[in-house]
Design a protein around this ligand. Structure first.
Ligand SMILES: C[S@@+](CC[C@H](N)C(=O)[O-])C[C@H]1O[C@@H](n2cnc3c(N)ncnc32)[C@H](O)[C@@H]1O
Length: 245
């Protein structure tokens, strides 16, 4: 079997699980199974990723794929965007917001907005705050819809898997105030349109995401189109935009 050097914390973690090959066979990063204290040994190192992994295991409430999705999204966004209040829209447990703060302490605080915040989100926050007291109380939860939260031009708006048209609403809200924004779209609703008649060349969800990128550009945004590893999620297109001053 071919061997590979790990190129990322994800690869390293999967390598540890699978012996000597980059394989998702033994430990799938895309699993919806919860990480619990039984999984602690999967994250033995001193890297930030492993330390976050251990905090997530201690909390015992987060689907495994959410750890990898949030990490892979946050590290890409933080390479481009420093500082700013973090606004994690449709944020669920809010792990993305936490990791954004851990990766750049110059952000004052983060807000996670979701009308159905999971009760276990508090466990996750407590577990991360125990490991990093400096972010204790700097992640706030708002049980609300995205429409109920005022955005500021200095914000960094992030959203991981806001279903269907919710991603478009997030892009609209962010561009309205000219905030930096990053979304990882999912659940593309092709019936709602928005494919720009591109489906003769590319599949419907890709057409929608291309149109989203073009919409950002039409608002005078610089656009970055990236992907997170497909081993984590097939809905892996990351769309990032920053207003051109
Ligand atoms: C697929 S989940 C993603 C959760 C989280 N971002 C993640 O990556 O695990 C979609 C989330 O959108 C939330 N949601 C639905 N309608 C919303 C709205 N109008 N405003 C904010 N969040 C909403 C749901 O409650 C749910 O938590």
């Amino acid at each position: 079997m071919a061997t590979h050097e790990p190129t990322s914390p994800l690869a390293a973690s999967l390598l540890r699980e699978s012996g000597d090959s980059f394989s998702t066979g033994a430990f799938s990063a895309s699993s919806k199974g919860r990480l619990t204290p039984h999984d602690l040994e999967r994250f033995p190192g001193d890297t930030l990723f492993d330390r976050i992994g251990r905090a997530v295991c201690d909390a015992g409430c987060l689907p495994r794929k959410e750890l990898y999705e949030a990490w892979e999204t946050a590290r890409r966004v933080r390479r481009l965007f420093r500082g700013g209040r973090i606004v994690d829209l449709a944020g669920g447990h809010g792990l993305l917001a936490h990791i954004m703060l851990l990766l750049d302490d110059t952000s004052p605080y983060a807000v996670v907005v979701d009308p159905a915040i999971p009760p276990s989100a508090a466990k996750l926050t407590a577990s991360i705050a125990a490991a990093w007291p400096r972010i204790d109380r700097r992640v706030k939860f708002r049980e609300a819809s995205i429409d109920d939260v005022a955005l500021e031009p200095s914000d960094v708006v992030v959203s991981c898997h806001a279903c269907g048209g919710l991603t478009d609403e997030i892009l609209d809200r962010a561009t309205f105030v000219r905030a930096r924004v990053a979304v990882l779209p999912c659940c593309h609703d092709l019936k709602s349109g928005g494919t720009g008649n591109l489906t003769g060349w590319v599949d419907g969800p890709l057409a929608m995401d291309i149109m989203r990128a073009e919409r950002l550009r039409s608002h005078r945004y610089n656009v970055w189109t990236q992907t997170i590893p497909a081993e984590v999620t097939p809905k892996n297109r990351l769309l990032i935009g920053a207003p051109i001053p």
